[in-house]
Design a protein around this ligand. Sequence first.
Ligand code: C2E
Ligand code: CA
Ligand code: CA
Length: 399
Amino acid sequence: MLKEQIQVAAGHRVFGQGDHGDCAYLIETGRIEILHEEEEGTGERCVATLGVHDIFGELALLGEGVRSASARAVGDVRLTVLTRDFFAGCLQQTEPIMRHLLRTVAARLQRELDLPVENSLMAEVDQARAVMQIQLTRELNAALERSELSVALQPIVNLRGGTCVGFEALARWQSPRYGAIPPSRFVPLAEDSGLIGDLGRYILRRAVADAATLMAVVPDLYVSINVSPRQFADATLFPTLARALIEHALPARQVRLEVTESVLMRDMAITQEFFAAARELEVGVLIDDFGTGYSALAQLHRFQIDGVKLDRSFINGIDSDARVRAVVRAVSQLCGELGIHTIAEGVETREQADACLALNIEHAQGYLYSPGVPLAAASQWLRHQLSMAMPEPMVASLS
Ligand code: C2E
Ligand code: CA
Ligand code: CA
């Protein structure tokens, strides 16, 4: 969409005042003069001279597509054409509240410059979504203050033998006003609004407290807690965790922090700092959603990683697609050689579990075993597992 570049020779015009146009331009090399004529016949006046990386011609996108001034090359220039479709795509990817802000600023500009607004790029912006986003953010803030969020615990099992090795803590929000809101909705909201620090610390404390209760049933489990890359900037994250561990007498080695694969490809210094802090506290780190979109295989050896969680999209096809199996086999082999545990996510059928086992994946979680459930149900699930695995008197003495 952005492939078109044009050259304009010195003195030539890119467009003239009054022309129709539906694109803006980015200056790659050279300079552009913007010329404006107040009334026909009164002569042009240079109102701006623009240089490399400046954008011009954008007002036509806000109005009806009529150029309000002329643009002339000063020396030879090279320009990238920024089409209306390109901007529309960028706008769609922008967070709704920012889109709403842009729309408001654009509307004011349109009024002040008397631009006709029909067909304006900004007319495509969805105001309702922005308003919903603002209301939900406010609601989330209040929910955090009122401690309305909770944690669901999903068991992670050893594929060989089926015993429980740990639980993943998953954030849950039951809003009195909007009902149950999934984390795929409210976590990004928290990330965009700066609430992720508060949310992350809250879930961390709840997860450690719940883990301590579960470990009274089976001592040798771990709890896995999701950490957003945005929390890397939160200097209070590890001190909060350290305090919670002491408060609930939970050994640090029984905690794993889950970070997505993308962090291995980001700012090295920040990521290394996170891994160093985890190591210092002696908590483990798992790589979550492994295999989704980032080629982080080559980064695995750089960090001290305790486990890799293979994304659900792989497990989906593991029993039916030989190509998926080939990829999983390669990852599992590599992790085995690096001494990194592999955990299959989203195991829903016995066939998938068997296929994972055949590829030497050690641990799994998924609806086949249990969805994420509240603490009481997780505790009950654990006791039930124990009763299946152990002779009667042993279970009785544990309960
Ligand atoms: P995730 O970390 O990959 O968590 C696994 C998600 O898959 C969970 O969705 C879980 O309920 C779901 N799941 C588990 N087993 C199965 C299965 O067999 N089949 C299917 N179809 N799904 C399964 P959930 O709880 O809706 O969480 C979604 C995402 O939200 C999580 O993905 C994680 O990225 C994020 N998240 C959840 N809690 C937190 C949190 O406390 N902090 C942060 N930063 N992110 C969180
Ligand atoms: Ca996770
Ligand atoms: Ca995951």
